[in-house]
Design a binder for this molecule. Structure first.
Ligand code: ZN
Length: 320
Protein backbone atom coordinates (compact mmCIF):
# COMPACT_ATOMS: atom_id res chain seq x y z
CA UNK A 1 0.00 0.00 0.00
CA UNK A 2 1.15 3.54 -0.69
CA UNK A 3 1.99 5.67 2.33
CA UNK A 4 1.42 9.32 3.15
CA UNK A 5 5.06 10.20 3.59
CA UNK A 6 7.01 11.68 0.70
CA UNK A 7 9.55 8.88 0.57
CA UNK A 8 9.52 7.63 -3.01
CA UNK A 9 12.64 5.46 -2.75
CA UNK A 10 10.58 2.30 -2.32
CA UNK A 11 8.73 2.85 -5.58
CA UNK A 12 9.45 0.12 -8.09
CA UNK A 13 10.26 2.07 -11.25
CA UNK A 14 13.68 2.90 -12.59
CA UNK A 15 13.18 6.68 -12.49
CA UNK A 16 13.57 8.83 -9.41
CA UNK A 17 10.98 11.33 -8.30
CA UNK A 18 10.71 14.00 -5.65
CA UNK A 19 7.58 15.88 -4.76
CA UNK A 20 7.64 19.58 -5.53
CA UNK A 21 7.49 22.42 -3.03
CA UNK A 22 3.83 23.27 -3.50
CA UNK A 23 1.56 21.63 -0.95
CA UNK A 24 4.50 20.48 1.20
CA UNK A 25 2.85 21.58 4.45
CA UNK A 26 -0.35 19.72 3.64
CA UNK A 27 1.50 16.55 2.71
CA UNK A 28 3.64 16.77 5.85
CA UNK A 29 0.55 17.24 8.05
CA UNK A 30 -1.05 14.20 6.42
CA UNK A 31 2.13 12.15 6.90
CA UNK A 32 2.32 13.13 10.59
CA UNK A 33 -1.27 12.12 11.22
CA UNK A 34 -0.78 8.89 9.30
CA UNK A 35 2.33 8.06 11.33
CA UNK A 36 0.39 8.60 14.55
CA UNK A 37 -2.32 6.15 13.51
CA UNK A 38 -0.05 3.28 12.51
CA UNK A 39 0.11 1.24 9.31
CA UNK A 40 -2.60 1.86 6.75
CA UNK A 41 -5.31 -0.77 6.73
CA UNK A 42 -8.53 -1.05 4.80
CA UNK A 43 -11.36 -2.26 7.01
CA UNK A 44 -13.77 -4.53 5.17
CA UNK A 45 -17.01 -3.71 6.93
CA UNK A 46 -20.45 -5.09 6.20
CA UNK A 47 -21.69 -1.72 5.04
CA UNK A 48 -20.75 1.94 4.69
CA UNK A 49 -20.41 4.43 7.52
CA UNK A 50 -23.88 5.82 6.90
CA UNK A 51 -23.34 9.06 8.82
CA UNK A 52 -20.47 9.99 6.54
CA UNK A 53 -21.76 8.82 3.17
CA UNK A 54 -25.37 10.03 3.44
CA UNK A 55 -26.45 11.59 0.10
CA UNK A 56 -29.24 13.58 1.78
CA UNK A 57 -26.84 16.21 3.06
CA UNK A 58 -25.71 19.22 1.06
CA UNK A 59 -21.97 19.42 0.57
CA UNK A 60 -19.85 22.44 -0.10
CA UNK A 61 -16.35 22.80 -1.49
CA UNK A 62 -14.21 25.58 -0.04
CA UNK A 63 -11.55 25.18 -2.69
CA UNK A 64 -11.76 26.50 -6.23
CA UNK A 65 -10.12 23.21 -7.22
CA UNK A 66 -12.66 20.58 -6.24
CA UNK A 67 -12.47 17.10 -7.76
CA UNK A 68 -15.14 14.42 -7.76
CA UNK A 69 -14.18 10.78 -8.20
CA UNK A 70 -17.13 8.44 -8.55
CA UNK A 71 -16.96 4.67 -8.85
CA UNK A 72 -19.54 2.18 -9.97
CA UNK A 73 -19.45 -0.44 -7.21
CA UNK A 74 -21.85 -2.99 -8.66
CA UNK A 75 -20.84 -6.53 -9.53
CA UNK A 76 -17.12 -7.07 -9.91
CA UNK A 77 -16.39 -3.38 -9.37
CA UNK A 78 -17.09 -3.77 -5.64
CA UNK A 79 -13.35 -3.81 -4.91
CA UNK A 80 -12.72 -0.44 -6.55
CA UNK A 81 -13.07 1.65 -3.38
CA UNK A 82 -10.23 -0.46 -1.98
CA UNK A 83 -8.14 -0.11 -5.13
CA UNK A 84 -8.45 3.67 -4.91
CA UNK A 85 -7.88 3.61 -1.14
CA UNK A 86 -4.63 1.74 -1.75
CA UNK A 87 -3.42 4.57 -4.01
CA UNK A 88 -5.05 7.45 -2.11
CA UNK A 89 -1.82 9.00 -0.72
CA UNK A 90 -0.29 8.84 -4.20
CA UNK A 91 -3.35 10.48 -5.75
CA UNK A 92 -3.57 13.28 -3.22
CA UNK A 93 0.16 13.90 -2.81
CA UNK A 94 0.71 14.03 -6.56
CA UNK A 95 -2.17 16.33 -7.47
CA UNK A 96 -1.79 18.59 -4.43
CA UNK A 97 1.70 19.60 -5.56
CA UNK A 98 0.09 21.02 -8.72
CA UNK A 99 -2.77 22.78 -6.93
CA UNK A 100 -2.41 22.70 -3.21
CA UNK A 101 -5.98 23.67 -2.34
CA UNK A 102 -7.28 20.49 -4.03
CA UNK A 103 -10.35 19.01 -2.35
CA UNK A 104 -11.75 15.61 -3.29
CA UNK A 105 -15.25 14.17 -2.98
CA UNK A 106 -15.65 10.42 -3.45
CA UNK A 107 -18.85 8.70 -4.51
CA UNK A 108 -19.92 5.08 -4.87
CA UNK A 109 -22.70 4.33 -7.33
CA UNK A 110 -24.95 1.27 -7.30
CA UNK A 111 -28.40 0.36 -8.52
CA UNK A 112 -31.32 1.88 -6.64
CA UNK A 113 -33.62 -0.90 -7.84
CA UNK A 114 -31.62 -3.56 -6.04
CA UNK A 115 -29.02 -2.21 -3.62
CA UNK A 116 -29.11 -1.14 0.00
CA UNK A 117 -26.77 1.79 -0.59
CA UNK A 118 -27.08 2.79 -4.26
CA UNK A 119 -25.49 6.18 -3.67
CA UNK A 120 -22.78 6.94 -1.15
CA UNK A 121 -20.97 10.26 -1.12
CA UNK A 122 -18.31 11.90 1.01
CA UNK A 123 -17.85 15.60 1.76
CA UNK A 124 -15.03 17.48 0.01
CA UNK A 125 -11.75 17.23 1.90
CA UNK A 126 -8.00 17.11 1.46
CA UNK A 127 -5.05 15.34 3.06
CA UNK A 128 -5.40 12.69 5.70
CA UNK A 129 -9.12 13.38 6.23
CA UNK A 130 -9.64 11.58 2.93
CA UNK A 131 -8.40 8.38 4.52
CA UNK A 132 -11.43 8.03 6.78
CA UNK A 133 -13.85 9.43 4.21
CA UNK A 134 -12.86 7.09 1.41
CA UNK A 135 -12.69 4.21 3.90
CA UNK A 136 -16.35 4.89 4.75
CA UNK A 137 -17.57 3.88 1.30
CA UNK A 138 -18.76 0.34 0.90
CA UNK A 139 -18.45 -1.67 -2.31
CA UNK A 140 -21.78 -3.41 -2.12
CA UNK A 141 -21.22 -5.36 -5.32
CA UNK A 142 -24.94 -5.65 -6.03
CA UNK A 143 -26.81 -4.33 -9.04
CA UNK A 144 -29.40 -6.60 -10.54
CA UNK A 145 -29.48 -5.79 -14.24
CA UNK A 146 -27.08 -4.05 -16.57
CA UNK A 147 -28.12 -0.41 -16.11
CA UNK A 148 -27.02 1.30 -12.90
CA UNK A 149 -28.18 4.45 -11.10
CA UNK A 150 -25.66 6.88 -12.58
CA UNK A 151 -28.57 9.28 -13.13
CA UNK A 152 -29.37 9.45 -9.43
CA UNK A 153 -25.76 10.44 -8.82
CA UNK A 154 -25.89 13.08 -11.58
CA UNK A 155 -29.03 14.56 -10.05
CA UNK A 156 -27.33 14.60 -6.65
CA UNK A 157 -24.38 16.51 -8.15
CA UNK A 158 -26.80 19.03 -9.64
CA UNK A 159 -28.78 19.55 -6.46
CA UNK A 160 -26.58 18.80 -3.44
CA UNK A 161 -23.22 20.35 -4.21
CA UNK A 162 -22.10 23.92 -3.84
CA UNK A 163 -18.72 25.05 -5.13
CA UNK A 164 -17.04 28.47 -5.27
CA UNK A 165 -16.51 30.21 -8.61
CA UNK A 166 -13.84 28.32 -10.50
CA UNK A 167 -11.82 29.74 -13.36
CA UNK A 168 -12.36 26.53 -15.33
CA UNK A 169 -14.75 23.56 -15.03
CA UNK A 170 -13.44 21.26 -12.29
CA UNK A 171 -13.00 17.55 -12.98
CA UNK A 172 -15.66 14.95 -12.32
CA UNK A 173 -14.37 11.47 -13.14
CA UNK A 174 -16.56 8.37 -13.19
CA UNK A 175 -15.06 4.89 -13.25
CA UNK A 176 -17.61 2.46 -14.59
CA UNK A 177 -18.59 -0.17 -17.10
CA UNK A 178 -22.36 -0.02 -17.46
CA UNK A 179 -25.19 1.96 -19.00
CA UNK A 180 -27.63 3.93 -16.83
CA UNK A 181 -31.33 3.72 -16.08
CA UNK A 182 -32.83 6.41 -18.31
CA UNK A 183 -35.45 7.42 -15.80
CA UNK A 184 -34.69 8.44 -12.22
CA UNK A 185 -37.99 7.93 -10.38
CA UNK A 186 -39.12 10.78 -8.12
CA UNK A 187 -39.72 8.20 -5.40
CA UNK A 188 -36.02 7.28 -5.43
CA UNK A 189 -35.02 10.94 -5.29
CA UNK A 190 -37.24 11.40 -2.25
CA UNK A 191 -36.11 8.19 -0.60
CA UNK A 192 -32.36 8.49 -1.12
CA UNK A 193 -31.75 12.23 -1.43
CA UNK A 194 -34.55 13.41 0.83
CA UNK A 195 -35.93 15.79 -1.80
CA UNK A 196 -39.69 15.99 -1.99
CA UNK A 197 -39.95 17.07 -5.64
CA UNK A 198 -42.03 14.05 -6.55
CA UNK A 199 -41.19 14.23 -10.25
CA UNK A 200 -39.02 11.84 -12.24
CA UNK A 201 -35.75 13.03 -13.76
CA UNK A 202 -34.27 12.11 -17.13
CA UNK A 203 -30.80 10.70 -16.47
CA UNK A 204 -29.26 11.94 -19.73
CA UNK A 205 -30.55 15.48 -19.14
CA UNK A 206 -29.20 15.35 -15.59
CA UNK A 207 -25.75 14.50 -16.97
CA UNK A 208 -25.98 17.20 -19.62
CA UNK A 209 -26.58 19.64 -16.78
CA UNK A 210 -23.64 18.23 -14.80
CA UNK A 211 -21.42 18.92 -17.82
CA UNK A 212 -22.27 22.65 -17.70
CA UNK A 213 -20.37 22.93 -14.42
CA UNK A 214 -18.06 19.93 -14.36
CA UNK A 215 -15.38 18.68 -16.76
CA UNK A 216 -16.95 15.26 -16.82
CA UNK A 217 -15.24 12.04 -17.94
CA UNK A 218 -16.36 8.43 -18.08
CA UNK A 219 -13.30 6.21 -17.62
CA UNK A 220 -14.52 2.89 -18.83
CA UNK A 221 -13.20 -0.51 -17.80
CA UNK A 222 -11.49 -2.64 -20.46
CA UNK A 223 -14.56 -4.90 -20.58
CA UNK A 224 -16.41 -2.74 -23.10
CA UNK A 225 -16.16 -2.45 -26.87
CA UNK A 226 -15.65 1.08 -28.23
CA UNK A 227 -18.81 2.36 -29.88
CA UNK A 228 -21.17 -0.16 -28.29
CA UNK A 229 -24.50 0.57 -26.58
CA UNK A 230 -22.86 1.72 -23.37
CA UNK A 231 -20.64 4.21 -25.24
CA UNK A 232 -23.61 5.47 -27.24
CA UNK A 233 -25.69 6.20 -24.14
CA UNK A 234 -22.82 7.85 -22.29
CA UNK A 235 -22.10 9.77 -25.47
CA UNK A 236 -25.57 11.30 -25.26
CA UNK A 237 -25.01 12.03 -21.58
CA UNK A 238 -21.56 13.64 -21.60
CA UNK A 239 -20.48 13.54 -25.31
CA UNK A 240 -18.55 10.71 -26.95
CA UNK A 241 -15.22 12.51 -26.70
CA UNK A 242 -15.38 12.39 -22.92
CA UNK A 243 -15.48 8.60 -22.78
CA UNK A 244 -12.09 7.08 -22.25
CA UNK A 245 -11.41 3.35 -22.52
CA UNK A 246 -8.94 2.20 -19.91
CA UNK A 247 -6.52 -0.43 -21.21
CA UNK A 248 -5.10 -1.58 -17.88
CA UNK A 249 -7.42 -1.65 -14.90
CA UNK A 250 -4.52 -1.73 -12.45
CA UNK A 251 -3.56 1.73 -13.68
CA UNK A 252 -7.04 3.25 -13.40
CA UNK A 253 -5.96 5.91 -10.90
CA UNK A 254 -3.00 6.79 -13.13
CA UNK A 255 -5.32 7.53 -16.05
CA UNK A 256 -7.31 9.91 -13.85
CA UNK A 257 -4.18 11.60 -12.53
CA UNK A 258 -2.74 11.88 -16.04
CA UNK A 259 -5.88 13.60 -17.27
CA UNK A 260 -5.90 16.11 -14.44
CA UNK A 261 -2.14 16.70 -14.62
CA UNK A 262 -2.43 17.40 -18.34
CA UNK A 263 -5.25 19.89 -17.89
CA UNK A 264 -3.31 21.60 -15.12
CA UNK A 265 -0.12 21.90 -17.16
CA UNK A 266 1.95 19.30 -15.29
CA UNK A 267 1.90 16.34 -17.64
CA UNK A 268 5.70 16.00 -17.82
CA UNK A 269 5.93 15.98 -14.06
CA UNK A 270 3.25 13.32 -13.86
CA UNK A 271 5.10 11.14 -16.36
CA UNK A 272 8.24 11.43 -14.22
CA UNK A 273 6.15 10.47 -11.20
CA UNK A 274 4.93 7.40 -13.04
CA UNK A 275 8.42 6.48 -14.26
CA UNK A 276 9.46 6.12 -10.63
CA UNK A 277 6.74 3.49 -10.20
CA UNK A 278 6.36 1.75 -13.59
CA UNK A 279 8.49 0.81 -16.56
CA UNK A 280 8.69 3.09 -19.59
CA UNK A 281 6.40 0.89 -21.67
CA UNK A 282 3.62 1.28 -19.13
CA UNK A 283 4.18 5.02 -18.84
CA UNK A 284 3.73 5.33 -22.60
CA UNK A 285 0.75 2.97 -22.67
CA UNK A 286 -1.11 5.09 -20.11
CA UNK A 287 0.00 8.57 -21.06
CA UNK A 288 -0.08 8.46 -24.86
CA UNK A 289 -3.86 8.06 -25.25
CA UNK A 290 -4.27 10.94 -22.77
CA UNK A 291 -1.75 13.07 -24.66
CA UNK A 292 -3.74 12.99 -27.90
CA UNK A 293 -6.97 14.32 -26.37
CA UNK A 294 -7.88 17.79 -25.20
CA UNK A 295 -8.27 17.42 -21.42
CA UNK A 296 -11.23 19.80 -21.51
CA UNK A 297 -13.41 18.61 -24.40
CA UNK A 298 -11.78 15.30 -25.37
CA UNK A 299 -11.19 16.48 -28.94
CA UNK A 300 -8.05 15.28 -30.74
CA UNK A 301 -4.83 17.21 -30.21
CA UNK A 302 -1.58 16.74 -32.14
CA UNK A 303 0.72 14.35 -30.30
CA UNK A 304 3.52 16.90 -30.16
CA UNK A 305 1.34 19.78 -28.97
CA UNK A 306 3.28 21.68 -26.34
CA UNK A 307 3.45 25.05 -24.70
CA UNK A 308 0.33 27.18 -25.01
CA UNK A 309 -2.13 25.19 -27.07
CA UNK A 310 -5.41 26.55 -28.38
CA UNK A 311 -7.90 23.70 -28.75
CA UNK A 312 -9.62 23.98 -32.11
CA UNK A 313 -12.74 22.26 -30.79
CA UNK A 314 -13.55 23.93 -27.48
CA UNK A 315 -11.39 27.04 -27.83
CA UNK A 316 -9.71 26.49 -24.50
CA UNK A 317 -6.14 27.68 -24.21
CA UNK A 318 -4.19 24.99 -22.44
CA UNK A 319 -0.67 24.96 -21.09
CA UNK A 320 0.56 21.54 -22.18
ZN1 ZN B 1 -10.82 21.15 -26.32
Amino acid sequence: MYTWDEDTTKWYGSGTYRYGSKGTDKRRAAADRAAASGPRTYKRNGGPNEKIVDPRKQIKAKSSNPLIIAVDVTGSMASWPFEIFDRLPLLYNTLSQYREDLEVCFAAIGDANYDHWPLQVTPFAGGYDLEQLLGSLYGEGGGGDAPESYGLFAHWVNTHIEIPDTHEPPFLIVFGDAPMHRNVPGTQITHYLGDETGSDIDALQAWQQVCKTWNTWFLRRPTGKPGDKVDKQWGHAISEQKIFHIQDEQRAVDYAMALVARAWGHFDNFQDNMRARQDEKKVIEVSQPIAIRCPRCGGPTPINAAGMFNCGYCGTVLRL
